[in-house]
Design a protein around this ligand. Structure first.
Ligand code: ADP
Length: 487
């Protein structure tokens, strides 16, 4: 890894505990960070224990008090410097990302730019935390609303976007005047640590942003949910873990943002533009090797366009290049671990046993390890695992349908509600389907919806809270109503 970097100091085998870099945790345990493509050990990091979590929370408390008093303009300028550091070091950050997570370097570069855009956006939004004045209910009263930072925030992130998930959480937290104690996934802590180094260089004050990789995620969750100093938790991960954290946070009525699992429907109606729909399916399904929470999980295609769609999609899926993320032309890297591979083949076997047809792929990749063949199935039905569970792998199951009513019912028949996509041109149908889909985000004639300018988040068991857009700041602010009397 180091040989590939322009600036080798961006990789540190340390954790950042309340402004102090530390090579040794009190528990003495360590985390080996692996390259999922080669299984080489990239780094050996100290694992944070309870003492480090508490020290970070205490430092965050002190740092946050000072940070909240810094003017919004000054905070915004420091964040602008942070953004510029990220942009200036984008190539190294992308290399670190591909090394620890496996995604193709081109996608890693995209993720770094995408993550940076949140730092830029929220740095600007820092200056726009407006309140309200409200006409009084009595002649001598004046009513105001002011917004204040919630205080110390904890964050827990997954491995699938090791860099962008950090940016999406720390940017609104820092912009709104909060401090943040961040736990990256143990599989991918190096990207978060590299961002912390750049934050430090940009002048983000010590203690405001801690990074604590740990082999004991449960301990971290329990501490931040019970420690009275921590006022909010922002979590991205599985619905199962989200449920645990919500129950733990209930003890202190904790403010939460939860971005949980998805099971995105991707619907193609007869009047869709075929090429656009195929392109959208490729982006939505196979980006990040299918390992995103907004990836199309179920592809519903109306009977009139079905065979042509499957044929075109098959050509595109066959052309995907399963390669190490650093090899040129790579479009699908390795999956994150053996469990992910087992889940994928469990879904394929279940579907085939219940009558689905393998159109492309379906087998192990010749490279071995966690490299898998991108797979296209036709003849999928609602009794299959692919209809109910998030596959999180490059598997595209195609379901045939006839009517609009039928597909809306199928699309909504899940406990999840994160992203949905559909391709259609009849304007009335477009509105009807948009309104009927029980999802937090809907892509119409596009397979790619994520941007810092829009509110990202779900409904139902996909969670609540929004990341990005003017709404994203609200998750880190408390509203205070002020009633001034005797005027
Ligand atoms: P994934 O399937 O993407 O790994 P998880 O929900 O298991 O989803 O993990 C997302 C994040 O949640 C990771 O950082 C992981 O370490 C953390 N995590 C897992 N279990 C717990 C827990 N009981 N308490 C707090 N954090 C947890």
């Amino acid at each position: 890894l180091l040989g590939r970097l322009k600036d080798q100091t961006l990789v540190r085998e340390q954790m950042l505990v309340g402004g102090k870099w530390s090579s040794e945790g009190v528990n003495g345990t360590r985390i080996n960070v692996l390259n999922p493509s080669t299984m080489d050990v990239l780094a050996s990091l100290p694992s944070a224990g309870l003492a480090e979590v508490r020290a970070s929370i205490d430092a965050a408390k002190a740092a946050q008090k000072k940070w909240a008093r810094v003017s919004a303009k000054e905070r915004s300028l420091i964040m602008r410097k942070f953004y510029e550091e990220v942009v200036a070091n984008a190539e190294d950050l992308a290399v670190i990302l591909t090394s620890e997570m496996g995604k193709p370097l081109a996608e890693a570069r995209g993720e770094i730019a995408y993550g940076a855009s949140y730092i830029e956006w929220f740095g600007e939004e820092a200056k726009r935390v407006y309140g309200d004045t409200i006409p009084g209910h009595q002649a001598d009263k004046r009513l105001l609303v002011i917004k204040q930072p919630v205080g110390v925030v904890a964050a827990i992130a997954p491995w699938n976007f090791p860099s962008a998930m950090v940016c999406r959480k720390i940017a609104p937290a820092l912009a709104s005047g909060c401090a943040i104690v961040f736990k990256p996934a143990a599989e991918t802590p190096l990207s978060a640590l590299a961002l912390a180094i750049l934050a430090e260089r940009a002048g983000i004050p010590d203690g405001l942003f801690s990074v604590l990789p740990t082999d004991n995620a449960r301990m971290f969750g329990e501490e931040v949910c019970s420690n009275p100093v921590v006022k909010k938790l922002t979590f991205t991960g599985s619905t199962e873990v989200g449920r645990i954290l919500m129950a733990q946070g209930a003890q202190k009525i904790m403010k939460l943002s939860l971005e949980l699992g998805g099971n995105a429907p991707f619907i193609v109606f007869d009047d869709a533009d075929l090429d656009q729909a195929v392109e959208g399916a490729m982006l939505s399904k196979f980006r990040n090797a299918g390992q995103t929470c907004v990836c199309a999980n179920r592809i519903y295609v109306q009977s009139g366009i079905h065979d042509r769609f499957v044929e075109k999609l098959a050509m595109r899926v066959s052309a995907l290049q399963v390669l190490d993320g650093f090899e040129s032309g790579a479009t699908i890297g390795p999956l994150i671990n053996d469990e992910a591979v087992a889940k994928l083949y469990g879904h394929i076997d279940d579907a085939v046993t219940k009558g689905a047809t393998v159109v492309v792929g379906g087998d192990r990749d010749a490279r071995g390890g966690t490299f898998v063949q991108p797979t296209l199935l036709s003849g999928a039905t609602k009794d299959m695992k692919v209809a109910r569970e998030e596959t999180f792998a490059p598997l595209a199951p195609v379901f045939k349908f006839d009517t609009v009513e039928e597909v809306i019912e199928l699309a909504n028949d899940t406990e999840f509600g994160l992203a949905a996509y559909f391709f259609a041109n009849d304007l009335r149908n477009v509105w009807k389907v948009t309104e009927a889909l029980e999802y937090g985000m809907v892509g119409v004639n596009t397979g790619l919806i994520s941007t810092e300018l829009a509110p990202f988040g779900g409904v139902k068991q996909s969670g609540f809270g929004r990341e990005g857009s003017k709404y994203g700041m609200d998750d880190f602010l408390s509203m205070k109503y002020v009633c001034m009397g005797g005027i």
